[in-house]
Design a protein around this ligand. Sequence first.
Ligand SMILES: Nc1nc2c(ncn2[C@@H]2O[C@H](COP(=O)(O)OP(=O)(O)OP(=O)(O)O)[C@@H](O)[C@H]2O)c(=O)[nH]1
Ligand SMILES: [Mg+2]
Length: 389
Amino acid sequence: MKLALIGIGQAGGKVVDALVDYERRTKTGFVVDAIAVNSARADLRGLRNVPESRQVLVGLTRVKGHGVGADNELGAEVTAEDVGDVLSMVDDLPVHEIDAFLVVAGLGGGTGSGGAPVIARELKHIYTEPVYGLGILPARDEGGIYTLNAARSLQTFVREVDNLIVFDNDAWRKTGESLESGYGSLNAELARRLGVLFSAGEGDGSGAVAESVVDASEIINTLGSGGVSTIGYAAVELDRPKRGLLSRLSGGKADAEDGGDSTNRITSLVRRAALGRLTMPCEIAGAERGLVVIAGPSDVLSRRGIERARTWLEDETGTMEIRGGDYPVGSDFVAAVVLLSGVYDVPRVKELQAVAIETQRDMLAKRESSAASLDDLVSTGDDRIEPLF
Ligand SMILES: Nc1nc2c(ncn2[C@@H]2O[C@H](COP(=O)(O)OP(=O)(O)OP(=O)(O)O)[C@@H](O)[C@H]2O)c(=O)[nH]1
Ligand SMILES: [Mg+2]
């Protein structure tokens, strides 16, 4: 499936950078082009895989290239003012080649959090291709303003996109490692999951003929229109002597060769992917739709395994809308990606909403009490004023 990537803000830019890096290393061709948008000049300079000719600096007259300092209303304003620059760069892309847009942002800061919904809305207005979002939630210890920004942005962003894929930094923090130093590995993890998913829709990575390749339309139908989604992943190294490229490319049929093993391997990988750490942890029961992708050498891609895994996921989620397919790649690993879309039982989202309501109530109460004390001050002051006459 061919994507145009648009990263906004620091996290958005870095994740897009990681996706482009993954795509270049694997040569899977799912990225048609990538754009980075920011109100901070230094953040744009730090990108390795998005050239200057694909970068847009917004809000220059307002914030002088220094970012919006986690003010997401200002982030939305400066993006809206300069959205024409972003759109004319998108216009330069070969949009006829793409299947969808993916707008990526960290929802806790200012630029990405405020600006991503603005860009998504404009893209949806102009283009007929679906517009998906990738939203990154802040870790719990990043502080109230990040939580509040994320809660607000989540609500707007999800309204403006066809589907919002969510990644929760909090669930992915490693103990003993600061979030800052861990971003590299988090972004690589995210790039791997999205990379396998979207390049699967691109067809064959090995040259071999697949039994039931995942199609871009299956990804699009699973993402559907509206709601949030989460992605699970599991991989296992094949225990067999390293083979030459030629024999890997010519691979045989799994069901004939070692049917039982391949079937069991696939079902257990899919269980691990769906029940292990998701990009956004949630109850998988109640998901509206799902997609299972098995990537690996074609001789171990057992059709029966994928069928069983689909049935298992239907039972676990309670939905009949589970799609599945394979993605043959020349590799010594077999990987399962499970995309669950339309999930609603998400503790973290509920928590963010509750915090946002509480913070807003607090802010209102503080504003009222400071207004009241200002009144007091003024009236006490008045009392103390001695009449001049
Ligand atoms: N996963 C991941 N999260 C990141 C990364 N960089 C920042 N974040 C998260 O993104 C949020 C901060 O958003 P940024 O993208 O830095 O903010 P911004 O959009 O540039 O906005 P301003 O700096 O306020 O102008 C925080 O919740 C961080 O934890 C990254 O490389 N990877
Ligand atoms: Mg920034």
